[in-house]
Design a protein. Structure first.
Length: 202
């Protein structure tokens, strides 16, 4: 009897999810849902003033950006890229080096980091793409491990301790120092990246 009742509950939940999915497929409903989600994502830091929640949200936003990039490789291109995080790390290290060692502005270091990661990706990806299947995965995995070992043992970038004193980014005269400000900063990049991914997919 309990099995029958459980099965009925599961069927009701499945029916609700199917109805919700059909509703979200409608263009107007889908856009309204995205708009509502964006409003909630933008205003919740005003209600929850905990530094802990803001810090976790910043990290979550960064990992969302990382996941969006992985979606292009695995979801659109169909490539299992085991060394993707290394290119993310290259961009991060280039920004850190340019802003600390050379005192360059964050807004100048950011495109420079993107170009550096892209150039290295082409240099490694062009020969690596000639191999397929498991061999491509092994090549990228090997590159990721080499990058991690190199950064861990390179004193110029702080070795295992990393770089300290990285200046906070600024927008005009506003220096983004608090986790709440950094959250909105990361959220803007997440929204922009999702719009770009949507255009690429469609």
């Amino acid at each position: 009897m309990r099995i029958v009742e459980t099965g009925a509950k599961v069927e009701r939940v499945a029916g609700f999810l199917r109805t919700l999915q059909l509703g979200l497929r409608r263009r107007g409903v889908r856009q309204a849902a995205w708009a509502l989600g964006l409003v909630v994502a933008a205003v919740w830091p005003l209600a929850l003033t905990s530094v802990y929640f803001h810090t976790v949200a910043v990290l979550a936003g960064i990992y969302i950006l990382l996941g969006l990039g992985m979606n292009v490789l695995m979801g659109n291109a169909g490539l299992v890229h085991a060394g993707y995080a290394a290119f993310w790390g290259i961009g991060a290290y280039v920004v850190a080096i340019l802003t600390t060692r050379f005192e360059l502005s964050f807004w100048l270091a950011l495109p420079a980091a993107s170009i550096a990661a892209a150039v290295l990706a082409v240099a490694i990806g062009v020969p690596a793409i000639r191999v397929s299947g498991l061999y491509f995965v092994l090549v990228m995995l090997g590159f990721g491990e080499i990058f991690q070992l190199a950064m861990t043992n390179w004193d110029y970038v702080g070795g295992p301790n990393g770089l300290y004193g990285i200046p906070a980014p600024s927008v005009g005269q506003l220096v983004l120092q608090t986790p709440q400000q950094l959250y909105w900063f990361v959220l803007a990049f997440v929204v922009a990246s999702m719009l770009i991914m949507h255009r690429l997919s469609n």
